[in-house]
Design a protein around this ligand. Sequence first.
Ligand SMILES: C[S@@+](CC[C@H](N)C(=O)[O-])C[C@H]1O[C@@H](n2cnc3c(N)ncnc32)[C@H](O)[C@@H]1O
Length: 284
Amino acid sequence: MKENRPSATAQRVAMRRAAHQLLDDPKVFDDPVALRIIGKESASALQADPRQFESTPLSAYLRAFIAARSRYAEDELALGVRRGVRQYVILGAGLDTFAQRNPHPEGLLHVFEVDHPTTQTWKRARLEEIGTTLPGDLTFAPVDFETQALEEGLRDAGYNPSKCTFFSWLGVTEYLTPEVVMATLCYIASAPAGSRVVFDYMISPSLLTPAQRLRFDALARRVASAGEPWQAFFDPELLTRNLRSMGFGYVEDKGPEEINARYFKNRKDRLRVGSLSHLMNAQV
Ligand SMILES: C[S@@+](CC[C@H](N)C(=O)[O-])C[C@H]1O[C@@H](n2cnc3c(N)ncnc32)[C@H](O)[C@@H]1O
């Protein structure tokens, strides 16, 4: 991320979630706050031209993946809450709106939004600008994953390490160094039994076909020019083994076929996810 600037990709991803609300029927991820959180000006521009990001065939794949990963994380979180999860830690929260939509009875599920301090300050200003009342069940924890210990940031925010916790980490791992990603996963593996993490990650370019590699390079150039270059990529088999050796007893990797079968079956518009990223679901 560029020093002293909020994450540009956080706004871009939120714009695509908002575009999903306007363009796709049925919606894979229903977020009634998605349009407001992008800010008044961007929301008006998007309503006037919902296809403003549809410049290349990659756009629909990207929008589909952004919708699917949030849906998957929140589906798994809902199952977790039924089994005793009482804390939800959103790592690299960006403009995620779960805290504004928390469907659970007050006091049941505490939400911690962890993000780079600059992005978090910007998000808090955005929440104020759109007139949102902050829910009592939400705590902000400013942490730069590259320079600060997540454990400390969470502790300072009042996170209880003995409670069963669900972590989501969406659209973030590729922007960090592989060492930081692995260290963070090791920390999550130390959470109480039943705790879980859902995250997405980019497939190592060496495993891609030439056609996939062209799409990868086009997207990589775009994020690098926004000052947020991709740094971490993984081999699904190796990552699965590494998670098991960290102490995750249940590890499930979901590739595009499974994601499409689960969330994009029989659509008339043929919306579906592409093949550059996977979703990982690991339980302690
Ligand atoms: C593409 S956005 C995704 C935001 C959100 N998870 C979503 O899906 O809408 C990437 C997020 O990672 C965060 N991030 C990137 N580098 C970070 C770092 N070193 N420490 C903390 N957060 C970081 C950014 O601030 C931003 O919120």
